[in-house]
Design a protein around this ligand. Structure first.
Ligand SMILES: Nc1ncnc2c1ncn2[C@@H]1O[C@H](COP(=O)(O)OP(=O)(O)OP(=O)(O)O)[C@@H](O)[C@H]1O
Length: 321
């Protein structure tokens, strides 16, 4: 039984300007112990897809449709509201870009982590404190004893991010969902944190979904990858295959935008043009406005994901023909 099963997921939001079509017919699966990156530029529907899975979207404005939405076997579409927090708490932990948001500024790090342990496990306070210290060591926190007695504002960005990872992992989740976990950090610290997340995923055997706009971020941390654009999946494959032979013109453009990939230059290459308007998505391929290969058919016809071998699927009319 897969850890995550999302099938034909569509999400829209009602807004004063109309319906925002945030996610359109997205399907993806994650097996236990596997790692997946969801990549795409801002607004492509990455976070909303995962928030829909966890049933964390605002019920007043969001309409969620799917033929399957399962987390560790639990049907999240029919799960009673009063059981959702329990399912999420037992199965999934989330880490975000802003670790400050996960901590209460008024309490010491040790107290907050210890409370988390006590809420999840039937252990004594001193045992919980031991677990916290050992987890801080595991996330390679510098000077963990000092960190235990510090308030959140006394830690650097990198240390806070390590503390948030410790808080996420101390619940022993079956899946860690990391949404742009390193965007706010400088490049050296970013690399250390990504390495840490990758190592911990291997060590614990938990599943990992890494959401990012940066292909470089997932290259070292995950095995499989979903490339999203305009609320849709454009390409689905292994990281290795994507880097070796990207098929979709958008995936090719993303790869070309990684510093160092463009013949000798270390400058980010922008993809010219604007993302599609989610209030009025085009009938055809959402990337056709910016695609050098697009023709009249791409403007009218929505490409479906087509398989090329066991591990590679692409939604592009030009690749099929
Ligand atoms: N609560 C909401 N109400 C209305 N629209 C929303 C809401 N949340 C997200 N959206 C819209 O849904 C679309 C997809 O957003 P989403 O956050 O999933 O993008 P993303 O790919 O994760 O990008 P980012 O990296 O910037 O978060 C965007 O157009 C966004 O404005």
């Amino acid at each position: 039984m897969p850890l995550v099963e999302i099938e034909n997921l569509s999400v829209s939001f009602s807004s004063p300007d109309g319906q925002v079509q945030a996610v359109r017919d997205v399907s993806l699966t994650l097996e236990h112990g596997q790692s997946l990156g969801i990549v795409g530029e801002s607004g492509s529907g990455k976070s909303v897809s995962l928030m829909a899975l966890l049933r964390l979207l605002p019920t007043q404005s969001a309409t969620v449709r799917a033929t399957k939405l399962r987390l560790d076997g639990v049907d999240m579409l029919t799960c009673p509201k009063n059981e959702l927090a329990g399912v999420r708490g037992k199965v999934a932990s989330l880490i975000f870009q802003d670790p400050m948001a996960s901590f209460d500024p008024l309490f010491k790090i040790a107290d907050q982590l210890t409370e988390t342990v006590l809420a999840h496990f039937d252990v004594s306070k001193s045992e919980a404190e031991q677990r916290v210290l050992s987890m801080l060591n595991r996330v390679e926190m510098p000077d963990p004893n000092r960190v235990m007695s510090s308030y959140p504002h006394q830690l650097s960005g990198g240390m806070l991010q390590r503390a948030m990872i410790a808080m996420a992992l101390i619940c022993e989740p079956k899946i860690l969902i990391a949404d742009e976990p390193t965007t706010a950090l400088d490049v050296t610290v970013q690399a250390q944190i990504l390495q840490l997340i990758g190592d911990l995923q291997q060590e614990t055997g938990m599943g990992l979904i890494m959401i990012t706009h940066d292909l470089g971020v997932v290259a070292e941390t995950v095995n499989d990858i979903v490339v999203m654009y305009g609320g849709k999946v454009m390409e689905q494959t292994t990281v290795f295959d994507l880097f070796e032979a990207p098929r979709h013109p958008y995936a090719q453009a993303l790869l070309a935008s990684i510093p160092g990939q463009v013949a000798g230059k270390r400058k980010l290459r922008e993809i010219p043009g604007q993302a599609p308007n989610p209030l009025a998505p085009p009938a055809g391929c959402p990337f056709h406005f910016r695609c050098e290969k697009a023709d009249a058919k791409c403007v009218e016809q929505m490409p479906v994901l087509q398989r090329f071998g066991p591990n590679h699927a692409t939604a592009c009319l030009k690749v099929m023909s």
